[in-house]
Design a protein around this ligand. Structure first.
Ligand SMILES: Cc1ncc(COP(=O)(O)O)c(C=O)c1O
Length: 435
């Protein structure tokens, strides 16, 4: 992007943010470096309502969690903690299902579940009839991966940065049914997203039945150019399945802007819902073509609820999603994204100038997660040192061309905690891991 365009882009973004009330938060993060409003690409939020309201007070947000502050959890890309209000709601619903067991009050919870479905649909600018509630991303992805009818020789195009379980799912279909999987390598760091789009477009053939990619890659935190990938696939009438495990709740985006046909996410990550919650979006006209993992009797093939008939399972996690959505909305999706970027920049800016540090994430297209490598230091050894000596948790990565530690603060993380992490990390960069 040229300097002039960058400037214009910033002005447009400021205008958008001001009109949506978001600009008021600038003072709150004034102590953190980098223009926080650079977080959200304007086009990402097409079709979504703007921010509602006053900027969050981040110290109150930190107190809304009861995390163990005797350790520093910088692995929120795994599972995020739920705020106390969500935990309480889940406990109350759980106790209610024991007081009056689930089947006895199913008539009462069905309307509550429909409310949650429609609130989740609003979050991503979809129709409630396109949203199935699942237990996690894995289940949501596999509903599509295993439910899509395929013939021997049919091709799937995916990337080497897709989640291992999803790649293994295709391997099973390859072994059982003879489908063909083509895997495109994602450059690291992904500073030229068009290269990836071009590589995926080149892999498409007349036998391609689906393109699968991540919205945010878990190895690096990189946001992939899903819209451009979808445009390339749609030009050949090929649908696109997106693994959004890491994206919902990190930054606002709509299904309209993303342009994909199927989208799966976990609600126990960045939306901070109860563990064991996820969702699957399927474009309405594609619902009848996907077979459910667990077939049930009376379901109509075009009703998205056919994917939810999975036998007895606890209603409490789903019902407590109402509190998680309310909490998320009260922060403002754009403010939360900006805060996550600021926390990331806060630690990264202090270490990236060292010659021994290589950055694996192109941060202009990333949010909370970022991966860096320290030359000559094994990522697993570094993780062990940080955890065993300092009770700081990061994730080591040695996979698919990425080596380093992945660091992911949560919105409850304090700058003081990041200072402690930076201090230990800079010691290691300067003098290695002490023996
Ligand atoms: C990109 C990606 N896909 C899928 C998953 C699996 O999510 P879940 O365990 O909630 O099914 C993860 C978990 O970290 C992930 O990062």
């Amino acid at each position: 992007m040229s300097a002039a365009r960058t400037h214009q882009h910033s002005i447009n973004r400021r205008g958008f943010l001001r009109s949506s009330g978001v600009i008021a938060s600038a003072a709150v993060v004034a102590t953190l470096p980098r223009p926080w409003f650079a977080a959200i690409p304007l086009e990402a939020t097409a079709g979504l309502p703007g921010s509602l309201g006053p900027p969050p007070d981040w110290e109150s947000v930190q107190r809304a969690f009861d995390v163990d502050r005797s350790l520093i959890n910088l692995n929120n890309g795994g599972v995020c903690p739920s705020p106390i209000v969500v935990q309480r709601a889940e406990a109350a619903h759980r106790s209610e299902s024991n007081r009056r067991p689930f089947y006895a009050h199913q008539g009462e919870i069905a309307p509550q579940i429909e409310r949650i479905r429609s609130d989740l649909a609003d979050l991503i600018g979809a129709d409630a009839e396109e949203i199935a509630l699942t237990r996690n991303t894995s289940e949501a992805m596999e509903i599509v991966q295993l439910g899509l009818p395929l013939q021997p020789g049919d091709e799937i195009v995916t990337t080497n940065h897709d989640y291992p379980r999803m790649l293994n799912t295709w391997r099973q279909r390859t072994a059982r049914e003879g489908i063909v999987v083509k895997t495109v390598d994602v450059p690291v760091p992904l500073s030229r997203p068009d290269d990836l789009v071009a590589a995926i477009a080149t892999a498409l053939t007349d036998r391609t039945r689906l393109v699968m990619c991540c919205h945010i890659v878990d190895l690096t935190g990189q946001v992939l150019p899903v819209r451009a990938i979808a445009d390339a696939a749609h030009a050949r009438n090929i649908p696109v399945l997106v693994d959004g495990a890491q994206s919902l709740g990190q930054f606002p985006f709509s299904m309209e802007a993303l342009g994909c046909d199927y989208f799966a996410t976990s609600l126990h990550k960045w939306l901070m819902g109860p563990q064991g919650t996820g969702l699957l979006y399927i474009r309405r006209d594609l619902i009848p073509d996907i077979w459910p993992l667990m077939p049930s009797s009376g379901d109509s093939p075009d009703d998205i609820r056919k994917f939810e008939d999975i036998g007895t399972h606890p209603p409490a996690p789903v019902l407590a999603l109402g509190e998680a959505i309310t909490f998320h909305r009260s922060l403002g999706a754009a403010e939360k994204a900006a805060r996550l970027c600021s926390l990331r920049d806060y630690w990264m800016d202090q270490v990236v100038e060292y010659d021994r540090v290589t950055v694996r994430t192109h941060t202009p297209s990333a949010y909370a997660l970022a991966t860096i490598d320290v030359e000559g230091i094994d990522p697993v050894d570094l993780r062990n040192h940080l955890w065993e000596k300092h009770r700081i948790r990061v994730r080591p990565i040695k996979q698919s061309g990425v080596s380093g530690i992945r660091v992911s603060p949560g919105i409850y993380t304090t700058t003081n905690e990041l200072d402690q992490f930076v201090e230990v990390l800079t010691d290691v960069i300067r003098t290695g891991i002490p023996s």
